[in-house]
Design a protein around this ligand. Structure first.
Ligand SMILES: [Zn+2]
Length: 222
């Protein structure tokens, strides 16, 4: 498949977005652009935009929406000017106004978003996936206390060191992040459903099945 497409990947934490993004860029001519990476790259490049970004990042404050949008759009235009690959956007847009600005920017360069892949997963499943996660304090090997537990139920199989839970993975933290995600994303889903590009994919399936579903959706794009 060498079709040039521009895609947006949506999905809550724990839905396997990273894994699917990796597979998509292996299978299609796509450049993976995550908003965090783009901000860091702009900063490292020392451009005018980059200097503004640095100011916010170094003071520990959130980079304002308009600035994130400006960075992302400048990067997309740069990538698409080559014409060899499409973009896979990850972590952007996050708000409705960003989505609208993005559409305007694509239109200006005669391009568009071909599909928004929306990985959907039930909240309780996400909480279970994430709150069950533990990793070895020594080698970093990752376990899941129900799906993939260590043999003795406590320590790493390889080095016999105790397993730890990341603070991010604690149930109340996961639930809070999911609430924020749903609040931010609901208007985006509605917008992209209306423009006809939203492709909902059930992320509760096995990883390979999710990939196959995404591919099937992408095959329908002309
Ligand atoms: Zn270990």
């Amino acid at each position: 498949m060498n079709k040039i497409m521009n895609l947006v990947l949506l999905g809550p934490p724990g839905a396997g977005k990273g894994t699917q993004a990796k597979r998509l860029i292996e299978q299609y001519p796509l450049v993976h652009l995550s908003s965090g990476d783009m901000l860091r790259a702009e900063r490292a490049a020392g451009s005018e935009l980059g200097k503004k970004v640095t100011g916010f990042m170094d003071s520990g404050s959130l980079v304002p929406d308009e600035l994130v949008t400006a960075v992302v759009i400048s990067r997309i235009k740069h990538e698409l000017s080559e014409g060899k690959k499409g973009v896979l956007l990850d972590g952007f847009p996050r708000t409705l106004s960003q989505a609208k600005d993005l559409d305007t920017a694509f239109a200006q360069i005669g391009a568009k978003i071909d599909a928004v892949i929306d990985l959907q997963l039930d909240t309780d499943l996400i909480v279970d996936r994430m709150s069950g996660r533990r990793s070895c304090s020594k080698c970093g090997r990752v376990y899941h206390m129900t799906a993939n537990p260590p043999k003795d139920g406590v320590n790493c199989d390889d080095c016999n060191e105790p397993l730890l839970q990341r603070p991010d993975d604690k149930e109340d933290v996961v639930r809070k992040r999911l609430t924020v995600y749903v609040e931010q994303t609901a208007p985006l889903e509605a917008y992209y459903r209306q423009t006809g590009v939203l492709k909902v994919v059930d992320a509760s399936l096995e990883i390979d099945e999710v990939t196959a579903k995404i591919q099937a959706e992408l095959e329908t794009i002309k």
